[in-house]
Ligand binder design. Structure first.
Ligand code: G4P
Length: 531
């Protein structure tokens, strides 16, 4: 790459922000996603301000836009432009049972928005997801949502984040009035700017912002005197956004708002542009940093087949890590060394796919015919690159799956192998059980439902599930496997995706007994979800 080309590529990368929203189910992730995309779209492309008609209007606009542009909030990645910055929002499944999927998505982003419900504060799934972010060193921006209805006190929420997450929570905006009685937001970077949000005739808060008062005037507005005291307290304890500390994962800037009414959403978008990091060089499995301007390399973070009944194919979602992606380029699959053609590359995943001609670091490309690709795989052009493997989590639920109709055996095997390839569930096999009765190993039982549903709808196979009485799995080796197979309460199976031998135990006590009696047997723990 020539010097001007490298400079142009770095410039494109600097314009990108790739992030995910993490939250407990129901905190408002879909609503916020919608609001962010709509807001960015409206401001950058239509130049109009929507929202006067409240949520109903916003939703129907969104749906029309979805149809028109072929995007969907439930899709894997959403790309939109705001203030000349390209934002790539990657979708994470909300439920804890799908923490493996979430982990894979978080491996592909540079930053996360942690969304909290003002009435609930930190919830179990928020904390679990935060742990994954911390493990990956991801900077976190916090958005405290649903401030339009009664909730907890702002200072109490800040304190909770600091105490339970062990990071500094530094409010950038501060609400005037308690949750449920919000009158406006103070921008702490410029306390003279009070952003007011007015109620529409329908009783709904409209999204229009007005700059309504200066700092001195704050004492005369509803909620003002209390807010002034709180702001003084925040100053006193030195609670200020600090870029270095945020980027190192030690502090989180906090924003307040109500996604449903678009309140505070623009400030969050601005923060994504102004403080969230742009893509930086990623490290290979060998620990080497791959410069942004190196030849193309990308990380597969999700594989999904049959997303759209009109296109029954397998799509791999690849985050560009270095170089420029150009449709038609021939890449190499690091795991097999085989070439991979990219004639069919898509952007904006949804019902209608749009062809993606070019992509830069931080962008997500959907590649069709990805039969050989698995989540965690690396694709590269020219120089060999391999990013660290994605961890599989310790399964805690086990079930044998069988086709109800033996006549559908072939479709059953094809379906199970497909779902294994996507990483929907771990599939364990043994000679004893045979190919028609594989064992599904899951982090959470909802993964079983996905398997049954998809086998039925995509492969026409009705299945039955028989839950097995195991709760703990350990990795073992050939000698260990042989020994363990002789013990009645233990079952040893091979994991399809990587050929690892897993030994299954009823519970940790059963495992302890065997560990005590056979200290020479290899029994390696697997990574617990969220570790
Ligand atoms: P999720 O993806 O995180 O699961 O949450 P989702 O956006 O579906 O939101 C969960 C519920 O919270 C929805 O209500 C949604 O309308 C509501 N909500 C989201 N943001 C706000 C907000 O800023 N203020 C208020 N008051 N509510 C909010 P629902 O009753 O479950 O569904 P719906 O009938 O309203 O769509």
């Amino acid at each position: 790459m020539s010097l001007p080309e490298a400079a142009a590529l770095r410039e494109q990368a600097a314009r990108r922000r790739t992030f995910a929203v993490i939250s407990h189910p129901d905190a408002g992730k879909s609503t916020l996603t919608e609001a962010l995309a709509l807001h960015a779209h409206v401001i950058s492309e239509a130049g109009a301000v929507h929202g006067k008609a409240g949520r109903r209007g916003v939703v129907s606009d969104w749906m029309a836009m979805e149809r028109e542009r072929g995007i969907s909030v439930t899709s894997a990645a959403l790309q939109f432009t705001y203030r000349d910055t390209v934002l790539n929002l990657l979708d994470t499944p909300g439920h804890a049972d799908f923490s493996e999927d979430t982990y894979r998505v978080l491996a592909a982003v540079d930053c996360a928005v942690m969304l909290l419900d003002a009435a609930k504060g930190l919830e179990p799934q928020t904390l679990k997801l935060y742990d994954v972010c911390r493990h990956r060193g991801l900077p976190i921006i916090t958005f405290i949502n649903k401030w339009d209805r009664p909730g907890r006190h702002a200072l109490e929420l800040i304190d909770e984040i600091e105490q339970r997450m062990g990071i500094d929570a530094t409010p950038v905006t501060w609400p005037l009035g308690e949750a449920g009685f919000m009158w406006g937001l103070v921008d702490r970077r410029d306390p003279g700017r009070l952003l007011r949000y007015t109620r529409s005739s329908g009783g709904q808060l409209a999204s229009e912002e007005q700059v309504a008062a200066d700092e001195a005037g704050l004492s005369t507005v509803p909620g003002g005197p209390a807010a002034l005291e709180e702001l003084a307290l925040l100053e006193e304890i030195g609670s200020r956004h600090d870029d270095a500390s945020f980027l190192a994962g030690g502090a989180s800037p906090v924003f307040f708002g109500a996604a449903i009414s678009n309140i505070g959403v623009r400030l969050l978008l601005d923060a994504l542009v102004d403080v969230a990091p742009s893509p930086s060089p990623r490290h290979t499995a060998a620990g080497e940093a791959v410069p942004l301007e190196a030849p193309f390399s990308g990380l597969v973070f999700k594989v999904q087949a049959n997303m759209d009944p009109a296109h029954r194919d397998r799509l791999a979602f690849v985050r560009v890590c270095s170089g420029a992606f150009e449709r038609g380029m021939v890449l190499r699959h690091a795991a097999t060394g085989r070439p991979f053609a990219t004639k069919y590359a898509h952007a904006m995943f949804g019902r209608d796919r749009t062809t993606m001609e070019r992509a830069y670091p931080g962008d997500v490309v959907g590649l069709v015919n990805a039969g050989a690709l698995r989540p965690g795989d690396t694709l590269y052009a020219d120089e060999r690159v391999e990013f660290p493997a994605m961890p599989t989590f310790a399964p805690e639920h086990f079930a044998v799956v069988r086709a109800k109709d033996p006549g559908r055996a072939k479709q059953f095997r094809r379906g199970v192998s497909q779902l294994d390839g996507e990483g929907v569930v771990q599939v364990l096999v043994s000679d004893r059980r045979g190919a028609q009765a594989p064992v599904l190993a899951a982090v959470g039982p909802m993964q079983f439902d996905v398997v049954s549903q998809r086998l039925e709808h995509e492969f026409g196979v009705l299945t039955s599930l028989e839950r097995l009485p195991y709760k703990v799995a350990r990795r073992t080796d050939a000698a260990g496997g042989k020994h363990l197979e002789s013990i009645a309460e233990v079952e040893v199976l091979t994991r399809m995706q990587d050929g690892e031998l897993l030994a299954l135990f009823a519970d940790k006590w059963a495992l302890h007994v065997i560990e005590r009696h056979s200290p020479e047997t290899a029994l390696e723990p697997l990574i617990a979800a969220g570790e």
